[in-house]
Design a protein. Structure first.
Length: 134
């Protein structure tokens, strides 16, 4: 949605510029509706994480994991699952897998409550997974 490039290449009154502006507007509108955002934690290490509200469900989490590739050169999905595997028990991994296959249950399951139930705090989640909470 590079409107500057479209204007430079095709001119101010071009259909290409208008299309780029419309796509940018739709994307910005979509971002306002979503509950999450992707941001860089540290510019020196180039670490990236998603920011979720405290009331985020696994549906919100999975949506953020699936959408991030459009915004990043890398995928948080792979980072998330690798860190989950390295730092959380098998029970948690299996339960997250079940939630990813059951959209109805994922939409009813709060991320923080889920991890708390399994003995992990918000601090634990933020320390090991590419997730921060507002």
């Amino acid at each position: 949605f590079d409107t500057d490039a479209a204007e430079y290449l095709y001119g101010k009154d071009s259909p290409e510029l208008k299309a780029a502006e419309e796509m940018l507007e739709k994307e910005m509108s979509k971002r306002k509706e979503r509950k999450w955002d992707i941001t860089r934690t540290d510019k020196e290490t180039d670490e990236v994480h998603m920011v979720l509200p405290g009331d985020a469900t696994f549906t919100d989490l999975f949506e953020a994991l699936n959408e991030d590739e459009a915004e990043l050169e890398e995928s948080l999905d792979g980072v998330f699952y690798n860190e989950l595997l390295d730092n959380f028990g098998e029970e948690v991994i299996n339960a997250v897998g079940e939630l990813s296959e059951n959209p109805e249950l994922a939409g009813k399951t709060n991320v923080l409550d889920f991890f708390k139930k399994h003995g992990y705090t918000k601090k634990d989640i933020e320390a090991y997974l590419p997730v921060r909470f507002k």
